[in-house]
Design a protein around this ligand. Structure first.
Ligand SMILES: *Cc1c(COP(=O)(O)O)cnc(C)c1O
Length: 466
């Protein structure tokens, strides 16, 4: 076997084994990293094993330990062992997962993974799906299908005629929407001014009265985007109430469930997303709560005709196999990696009960961190976790709110500097807060304890200074 490949497997093991002890925060500075990697394009070849060993040496302290169990920033999952190993094999097999003809086995595995996900989330079994690079492109795919359907109802064929002269189309959104919705709207040529945000009054949920009001304002073609867990507090819209109102108004309802869709897999948390199955499309991520390596989002779309119309293309050299599923009909990409395979592996490794355990365990860990740090002096619990996201704020007696904003950011950065845990900040309701987000299968009770201890140390040090 090639030395480079053998070395890479060993280095990967080293990295994973080191996650519990290494600092979570990257230590190398921007200048260090530039100095190490920059330089002219090499004029001559190098041995593959030398490329790999140098890369490993130069990367290590510039890597974030987000694959490990003490990383609670943003929403970034780890890699389940089977999913990571399957991802290695996907690179090794190097199939072009555009067509069945280019990789028969990966096409079928992706087809089965899609069916399993609909089952896991209890979404309509007749829905179609596409595996994209992430939730961003899952939004774009879903909203492209939505654009097709709502304009078709107005007698407009957007794939043929584009948007010049098309009927007006608006996109009603929760004001706590993720930025990827704005991006998807840009990709689709709808423009930011097509967005109509509905104010959420602090609980992160669209109020039914203002929703009905906004819907009734015009007869324009309408797409609604609802949240299944926003990134700050994990708030889920009231699907049971809002979806029927939207349907009555003839709107297409899309759900941003980047991580929140996984609440469907938990008996304990499913009530948060009740009624979501009545939507028209759903976008989620494999690389967050399912813990497959990066490069995996999933679009699930009830109207498979609209989905295919928005994504498919025919070309004379495409050998379409009618019986098989050609991924290219359902995805925005042409050539692509077989990103359904790690999903298949993860679902096989976990099974339905394992996904539920993973979701519930992450929620419990999040609650424990928020309770543990929240019980320390001068810590305000801004939002108790409903799911796997909580918010904390650090305060000092006598500080003005702006000073506590700065103080909160300072505490976050000092906790991160310890290397014991890593958190990120956010602005929520105009004030800075620390997000506690738990989605990694590797997080243990010991990791929770270490994270709380790191915060306690920083805060007690500050009290001594006063
Ligand atoms: C992460 C996230 C997205 C974007 O997903 P990507 O996989 O990064 O493209 C969208 N919505 C929410 C709520 C998210 O947390």
């Amino acid at each position: 076997m090639s030395q480079a490949l053998t070395d890479a497997a060993r280095l990967a093991h080293d990295w994973l084994d080191g996650l519990t002890e290494r600092p979570v925060q990257a230590r190398a500075s921007l200048e260090d990293l530039r100095a190490r990697f920059a330089g002219p394009l090499p004029e001559v070849p190098s041995a593959p094993e030398d490329v790999i060993s140098t890369l490993d040496r130069d990367m290590r302290d510039g890597l974030l330990g987000s694959a490990g169990g003490r990383f609670f920033a943003w929403v970034i999952g780890g890699g389940l062992e089977s999913a990571l190993a399957a991802d290695w094999l996907v690179s090794t097999w190097d199939q072009n997962a555009a067509l069945y003809a280019c990789g028969p086995a990966v096409s079928v595995v992706e087809e089965v993974a899609g069916e399993w996900l609909k089952d896991l989330f209890d979404l309509p079994r007749e829905a179609s799906f596409g595996f994209t690079t992430g939730c961003q492109l899952a939004h774009m795919t879903s909203l492209a299908a939505a654009r097709h359907a709502v304009l078709k109802r107005q007698g407009w064929d957007v794939e043929s005629d584009g948007l010049h002269g098309a009927p007006r189309l608006r996109v009603i959104v929760n004001d706590q929407k993720h930025g990827s919705i704005q991006q998807a709207v840009n990709y689709l040529g709808l423009g930011q001014r097509s967005l109509v945000p509905v104010e959420t009054r602090g609980d992160g949920r669209i109020p039914a009265d203002s929703f009905a009001q906004v819907l009734s304002e015009t007869d324009d073609a309408t797409i609604v985007v609802l949240n299944a867990a926003d990134l700050n507090i994990g708030a889920c819209d009231d699907f049971e109430t809002l979806i029927p109102i939207a349907k009555d108004a003839g709107a297409w309802v899309h759900v941003d469930g980047a991580f929140g869709l996984f609440a469907r897999a938990s008996a304990k948390h499913r009530h948060l997303v009740r009624g979501l199955e009545h939507a028209d499309s759903w976008a989620t991520d494999g690389h967050k709560w399912l813990n497959v390596p990066f490069d995996c989002g999933i679009a699930i779309i009830r109207d498979r005709v609209a989905h295919k119309a928005a994504m498919t293309i025919t070309a004379p050299y495409i050998a379409a196999r009618r019986a098989a599923r050609d991924q290219i009909d359902w995805n925005p990409e042409w050539s692509r990696r077989a990103r359904g395979v790690p999903v298949y592996a993860a679902l096989r490794e976990l099974g339905r009960s394992g996904v539920q355990d993973l979701v519930d365990r992450c929620c419990d860990h999040c609650a424990a961190i928020v309770a543990g740090i929240g019980a320390l002096p001068n810590v305000e619990t801004v939002s108790e976790p409903m799911l796997n996201q909580g918010l904390l704020r650090f305060t000092q007696v006598g500080n003005a709110p702006e000073e506590n904003d700065e103080y909160t950011d300072r505490v976050i950065s000092e906790i991160n500097d310890t290397g014991e845990a890593f958190f990120s900040g956010t602005t929520w309701q105009g004030r800075r807060a620390m997000r506690v987000s738990v989605v990694n299968w590797r997080t243990t009770e010991d990791d929770v304890r270490r994270a709380i201890a790191a915060a306690a140390d920083i805060l007690s040090h500050h009290r001594e200074l006063i």
